[in-house]
Structure formats: structure tokens, C-alpha cells
Design a protein around this ligand. Structure first.
Ligand code: ATP
Ligand code: MG
Length: 321
């Protein structure tokens, strides 16, 4: 089956006074219709940069130095701005990371959600009915009342649900959730995850979940891409990520996942060291300085991408097919 969305060999850097910050380096990713994909990695590894290329909305100082983003056969990065805008929201929609800042504070939730459907060309009354129904559908009681509320009048969990409703109202082919649960408490998080799981059977497209929380991936996703320092270091099914990780970074992430600890562990394990500076990326493997298996080759030669099965590949000198 051909991919709904494919990222091919994509490299992006940010211009900065100190020099280019290499936020994405030769990233490849493929999403098929019906799939839920997870993108996992530590803070600063390039997840949000990747999302911004998927909606063709990069920061002004960002530059795509190589690669393509193909949505149903078309490279969206080369389209004129007007056509990029038409894709954004309507075909690829994001659930914002921070719905408090994403909604306009001086307009009611109802007005904003109705405006989001502008491209559908339906009369205002129809959009209003549809919006109220969608708010109810994502689990907001009193949807008609909430329509008349301003964003600051909603709780964090309700705002997050409204953000999910906003994205769904666009009927996108690709729904992207960038850290959909980080701002929420555990109960809310469970409810939003439950909602996203329900939605996967409803949208005729794909969902991409971006998170640094492995638990979220296990709950929701079919396949996972693990990112480190701007690169995809491993791709695999959720099962293989948990039970047969091949990249030492993935293995370390699993070990540090609080869900895998015994109740008696009092100190959370962490991966020693820090990710490399993206201004001066290392010559060899980016993970080598933190990797227990690294040798001289790892420190000096860029690692190969080793395919271990049809669904699993790792960027590592030590992995054999
Ligand atoms: P987080 O988990 O904290 O959201 P992330 O994985 O989403 O992190 P990005 O926001 O994509 O990471 O950032 C990747 C790298 O690019 C980081 O080093 C970040 O500091 C840098 N960066 C992001 N946006 C810009 C910008 N507009 N200008 C300069 N550097 C940027
Ligand atoms: Mg981010």
C-alpha cells in the first residue's frame, strides 16, 4: 500500500547567531492510512520541528536543506503559500501542544471552532450545530454552554478536549497530536488517551502522536519512530520497541520508563550525560558519548541504518541484520 504521508531524507536547520542548529538530519518516515504512529524522544530532539514541516509551517529562521514531505503524492514543501494554507487544517491538522495559547482569548470557543470550518463553505447555523455536536462527541458536557465560554473559563482538560474537537472539525487526513497530555494531570491524561483511542477508528486517515512519554506510545500506537539529536535512530512496531529494541538509546529509554520499575525503586534511573549540541553535531554516532557499547568506530564514523526486519531498522554500528 502506498504511503498517505512520507518524509524523505529531510534535513532542517535553524539559522542562529552562533551558526546553523541542525534540528533534523536525514529523517525518513512513512505513514499509511489507518495507522497510529508514535514519535518519541527527549526534549530538543526535533519532534516539534518535524511536526512543523508536516504542516508546512516552519519558523522564519528555519531552512529545509534537503528532502521532501510527500502528502498523497505531492511535495507540500514546494507548494505556493496559498496551497500550503489550504492543506493546513483541512488535510493535516494538529492538536496544539498548549491550547491556552492556541485559542484566541477574546473570542468564545464557539466562534473560534465555527471559524475553523470556514473552508467547508457551509452556512453559519450548520457550522454551529456541527460544532456543538463535536464538543459533545469529545466528552464535553453542556456543549451548548461551553460554546459561549471564553478559553480562560474552561479547565485545562476541557480546553484540551476543545482543541481535539477543533482538529476533528476539519476532517483531516492526518491528525497530529504534539504532546497531547503533558499539561494534564494523570486522570485527565487517561481520559484524553481514551478519547484519542476512540478517534482512531473514526478518522479515515492516520494519527501521529508526538511525545516524550513512552507510556502514551504503548497505549495508542501501532508503530514508533525514536528520535535522538535530530535523527530517527530506530523505527519499529510497538511490540518490538518494548520487547526487542535494537538501538541502545531505545533500550535505555525503556529502562528509564517509570512503568517498568519495581515499586521499591526510589530513585528514577536516567540516561547519564546529555544529548549533543545541535550546533556541533558529532562526527560519528550522536549517541556514542552516552552509549555503553560505543567504541572508536562509533565515535568517528556515522552509523549505518541497519534494517533488521520489514518493520524494524536502527541507526547503529553495533546492530546486525
Ligand atoms: P520538546 O520535547 O522540548 O518539545 P522537541 O523535540 O519538540 O522538544 P524542537 O522544538 O523541534 O524539539 O527543537 C529541536 C532543536 O531546535 C532544539 O535544539 C531547539 O532548541 C532548536 N529550535 C527549535 N526552534 C528553534 C528556532 N525557532 N530557532 C532556533 N532554534 C530552534
Ligand atoms: Mg516539542
Amino acid at each position: 500500500m502506498t504511503a498517505l504521508l512520507a518524509i524523505e531524507d529531510l534535513s532542517v536547520h535553524y539559522r542562529s547567531p552562533a551558526g546553523p542548529i541542525h534540528a533534523l538530519r536525514s529523517v525518513n518516515l512513512e505513514v499509511r492510512r489507518g495507522e497510529v504512529i508514535g514519535i518519541v524522544g527527549e526534549s530538543g530532539c526535533g519532534k516539534s520541528t518535524l511536526v512543523s514541516t508536516l504542516i508546512a509551517l516552519l519558523a522564519p529562521n528555519a531552512e529545509v536543506t534537503a528532502g521532501r514531505v510527500i502528502l498523497t503524492g505531492q511535495d507540500i514543501l514546494t507548494l505556493p503559500e496559498r496551497e500550503k494554507r489550504a492543506i493546513r487544517g483541512a488535510r493535516v491538522a494538529t492538536i496544539f501542544q498548549d491550547p491556552m495559547t492556541a485559542f484566541c482569548p477574546v473570542l468564545t470557543i464557539g466562534m473560534q471552532l465555527c471559524d475553523f470550518q470556514h473552508h467547508l463553505g457551509t452556512p453559519r447555523r450548520v457550522r454551529q450545530t456541527r460544532t456543538t455536536a463535536m464538543l459533545a462527541h469529545v466528552g464535553i458536557a453542556d456543549a451548548a454552554v461551553v460554546m459561549r465560554r471564553y478559553p480562560h473559563e474552561l479547565s485545562g482538560g476541557m480546553r484540551q478536549r476543545a482543541a481535539v474537537a477543533a482538529a476533528l472539525l476539519m476532517q483531516p487526513e492526518v491528525l497530529i497530536a504534539d504532546e497531547p497530555t503533558t499539561a494534564l494531570d494523570v486522570t485527565m491524561e487517561a481520559q484524553i488517551l481514551h478519547l484519542l483511542r476512540k478517534l482512531r477508528t473514526e478518522i479515515d486517515g492516520a494519527i501521529i502522536v508526538v511525545t516524550h512519554h513512552l507510556g502514551v506510545v504503548g497505549e495508542l500506537c501501532d508503530r514508533v519512530y525514536v528520535m535522538y539529536a535530530g535523527q530517527v535512530v530506530e523505527e519499529a512496531s510497538v511490540d518490538d520497541i518494548y520487547h526487542a529494541p535494537r538501538h541502545p538509546y531505545t533500550a535505555a529509554l525503556i529502562l528509564c520508563d517509570p512503568a517498568n520499575l519495581s515499586n521499591r525503586a526510589t530513585i528514577l534511573p536516567t540516561i547519564p550525560g546529555r544529548p549533543p549540541d545541535l550546533l556541533n553535531t558529532p562526527k560519528g554516532c550522536a549517541f556514542a558519548p552516552r552509549c555503553p557499547h560505543a567504541d572508536a568506530i562509533c565515535r568517528t564514523v556515522p552509523p549505518p541504518r541497519v534494517r533488521v526486519s520489514a518493520t524494524q531498522a536502527a541507526l547503529c554500528h553495533k546492530v546486525t541484520a
